[in-house]
Design a protein around this ligand. Structure first.
Ligand code: ADP
Ligand code: MG
Length: 772
């Protein structure tokens, strides 16, 4: 007990009494507290703990009894012994009253000091003893609580260690000093294949062959060792081993924890393998890197080389190569430019290019340059002035020099294209000529693709031959519809033969025009490549005329025979005519003759005679040589010959001539007659409803002009060219040969023939001979 003094409360309303009490009780063991009223006493009781209270009964305010009652009512102070000190009465009621309210003792004034002193001392002793018991109680309670807490902790840690032991995946053994196994956890059964009972009869060495008891001692506590353990079946496996020794009382035990590290070892091996693999990979990638570096070095070398190459390329390039700054001043240039311009590099470097450009091209060149500076490459043609004064036509390419997305200048290449242009022109011309040749070829030329068999080209003659106006009707299509069905297979066979490399031959075939006319043709197929496509060049020649002329020759041979026959017949007719005329003349002098008839008969006989002699003349073989011929005479004869036919058609023939006596020309009589017969025949045929034909004979200087003028239907302009072509006829029974024969005869007489015709009015054929 640290504070040995005890508190004693003295309550009296009279201070002298308090002083007296104090004088009696003064002691180093006591702290005396005085209160002069019940209220004050109560206040002290609330604040302090007292060993005893000396209480005056009679006091103003709360008296002693009431004060004692209040003190007793309070739990904390109800045990404090109270001694009433009173001077009042010693009556029984009074005293019992005092005891009722809790007095322990009574003292009556005047009291002997010693009694008071010893009474108080007694109460103080009781108080002290009580206080000591209280303190001890407190101590006992405290150690009880501590014990309880320790016990709870112990229980907890025991449960925990049991849980750890039971659930541990490691094997845990308790082993005695002699090596026998004392306890074992469930994990061990599985790890080693022994039952609990078997374990408890075994020594540790059975499962840890490397460890004897002595070596357990030598193992450092708590460290983990790697070792090998042995299962029931004799197999061994790697383990982690931890040994802790404990002492229980005097006995020493070892707690041994064993962990199966097979898996970990495996993982480790795997890891090692992985590391090795990774290392190899790293090695490979390292090699790759090495290779890349080598390649990069190689590339750098190549770049250096190409830089060198570029430099030489720049310097020795045959074209002019140069660069400009953004204003257009030369910064670098090669020999090409000095040659092109005729100026030295000192005359060009740092100068503006515009001075070189021909005046007319300056504006547009500046514009091109501006565009190149704005980032767009340019290509254009201009004229530049050579130092020696002549103009050079060049093709220029300007390329912006772009560094970090910014144009810092312009590269240029200029090429002299004067010669090139000339060559191009010549090439174009020769191509033109060739094209014209093909286009204008008198033979039809069709190009057909070998595989697809569609036509890719046709010339004008081809279009005419096939009667097509527009080449679209055949280009891109097959030729099949234009070949006679009976001939198409032959054409295909020939093409197949070409494909197989056989030689091209020409063959006769038949084509069909757009208007379904059949044309006799000769075809030749030649293989060649047209616009990159293997094709066949088909040359087609119209042989209709050839065939017809062959026919004509045959015909004229027949005519010659007929003519010879006619000559004989005419001769035979002339003889009897001669006697007929003679006798008719004689008849004139006969008496009974109707004299008017005789001249008629004679003139008619003369007429027959003339016609027959003409026939004879015509039929005569062509052996007579050229001689002087009086043309008027011939014309008069012909008129006589044709008159009968003219009359038949209601046509009159009139001869108009100047008063010149003779019109001589040099020629063949019967040929010239044939000309006039043919012309008169045409004129008569042109006037089916009758009309007039005028034959006009004129002398112009030394020339003789004969015009045959009819009033027929005329010739349509589109036919004018064709008249005179063999076999051109508009008549159902016509031969189309008459005009051709005329033309050829006139030609052989060095004459000319021309036709003027007006539709609906008539035709005039004019023949002019040179005369002689
Ligand atoms: P053919 O008389 O057998 O038809 P030609 O060569 O004599 O052959 O004449 C050719 C064509 O010229 C005639 O079919 C006709 O259309 C035209 N022709 C020739 N002369 C005349 C003419 N005087 N008047 C009108 N047409 C003519
Ligand atoms: Mg005719």
């Amino acid at each position: 007990m640290e504070n040995k003094t005890v508190n004693i409360l003295m309550v009296d309303d009279r201070v002298e009494n308090l002083l007296a009490l104090e004088a009696v009780l003064t002691s180093p063991d006591y702290r005396l507290v005085s209160a002069t009223s019940g209220e004050e006493a109560l206040r002290y009781v609330l604040k302090m703990d007292f060993a005893v209270i000396l209480l005056d009964v009679q006091m103003p305010g709360i008296d002693g009894f009431e004060t004692a009652q209040l003190i007793r009512a309070r739990e904390k102070s109800k045990e404090i012994p109270i001694i009433f000190i009173t001077a009042l009465s010693q009556t029984k009621e009074h005293v019992s009253n005092g005891y009722q309210v809790g007095a322990i003792d009574y003292l009556f004034k005047p009291f002997p000091p010693l009694v008071l002193k010893s009474k108080v001392a007694e109460f103080v002793n009781i108080f002290k003893a009580k206080r000591q018991i209280h303190e001890q109680n407190k101590l006992i309670n405290k150690s009880n609580a501590e014990l309880k807490a320790a016990y709870t902790r112990l229980q907890k840690s025991e449960a925990l260690s049991r849980a750890i032991t039971e659930t541990s995946i490691d094997s845990l053994f308790t082993v005695a000093e002699d090596g026998t196994i004392q306890s074992v956890n469930p994990a061990s059964y599985q790890m080693f294949g022994y039952s609990k009972e078997e374990f408890l009869q075994m020594e540790l060495q059975a499962i840890l062959p490397l460890f004897g008891t002595s070596s357990l001692e030598s193992v450092k506590q708590g460290t983990i060792l790697e070792s090998t353990a042995k299962r029931h079946d004799g197999s061994e496996f790697p383990i982690d081993l931890q040994i802790t020794s404990i002492r229980v009382d005097k006995d020493k035990f070892f707690i041994i924890s064993i962990r199966d590290i097979t898996e970990r070892k495996y993982q480790y091996i795997q890891l090692e393998r992985l590391v090795q693999q990774r290392t190899e990979e790293l090695l490979i990638s390292n090699q790759k890197l090495q290779k890349e570096i080598e390649e990069k070095n190689k590339m750098m070398r190549t770049v250096r080389e190409s830089k060198q190459v570029y430099k030489s390329l720049f310097q020795y390039h045959p074209d002019a190569v140069y660069s400009f700054d953004l204003e257009g001043n030369y910064i670098s240039l090669n020999q090409g430019l000095t040659q092109l311009t005729g100026r030295g590099s000192d005359e060009l470097l740092n100068r503006h290019f515009i001075d070189l450009i021909d005046g007319k091209d300056r504006d547009k060149t500046m514009e091109y340059f501006r565009l190149a500076v704005s980032g767009e490459p340019q290509n254009y043609e201009i004229d530049i002035c050579h130092k020696e004064g002549h103009i050079v036509h060049v093709n220029v390419t300007n390329i912006p020099i772009i560094v970090d997305n910014q144009v810092i200048g312009v590269y240029g290449i200029a090429k002299d294209i004067s010669l090139q242009n000339k060559l191009w022109q010549e090439l174009a011309e020769s191509e033109d000529k060739y094209r014209q040749l093909v286009e204008e070829s008198p033979e039809a030329i069709i190009v057909q693709q070998l595989d697809s068999q569609i036509c890719s080209f046709i010339n004008k003659t081809g279009l005419n031959l096939l009667g097509i106006e527009n080449s679209d009707a055949i280009l891109g299509k097959s030729l099949e519809s234009f070949v006679h069905p009976s001939e198409y297979n032959v054409l295909l066979e020939k093409m197949e033969a070409l494909k197989e490399g056989l030689e091209a031959t020409s063959f006769d075939s038949k084509f069909v025009t757009q208007h379904q006319d059949v044309v006799d043709v000769q075809v030749k197929c030649i293989p060649f490549v047209y616009r990159g496509v293997p094709s066949i060049h088909i040359v087609v020649r119209d042989i209709t005329e050839l065939k017809q002329s062959r026919e004509f020759i045959k015909q004229s041979e027949k005519l010659t025979v007929v003519g010879e026959l006619a000559a004989g017949i005419a001769h035979e007719i002339r003889n009897p005519l001669t006697s007929l005329r003679g006798f008719t003349q004689l008849l004139e002098f006969q008496m009974d003759t109707n004299v008017e008839y005789v001249p008629i008969m004679i003139s008619e006989i003369d007429r027959i005679n003339t016609i027959v002699s003409e026939l004879l003349l015509l039929a005569k073989p062509n052996q007579v040589d050229f001689q002087q011929i009086e043309i008027l005479h011939i014309i008069e004869n012909i008129i006589t010959l044709m008159k009968a036919q003219a009359n038949l058609h209601g046509v009159d023939i009139e001869l108009q001539r100047q008063e010149i006596q003779y019109y001589y020309i040099y020629g063949l009589e019967n040929k010239l007659k044939q000309v006039f017969i043919n012309l008169l025949k045409n004129a008569i045929e042109a006037m089916p409803n009758g009309g007039n034909i005028v034959i006009r004979l004129e002398q112009l200087n030394s020339q003789i002009k004969i015009s045959i003028i009819d009033q027929g239907g005329g010739i349509p302009t589109e036919f004018l060219d064709k008249v005179g072509q063999p076999f051109f006829t508009t008549k159902d029974t016509g031969t189309g040969l008459g005009m051709m024969v005329c033309q050829s005869i006139i030609d052989s007489h060095q004459g000319t023939m021309c036709i003027h015709s007006e539709l609906g009015k008539g035709t005039t054929v004019e023949i002019v001979f040179g005369g002689c």
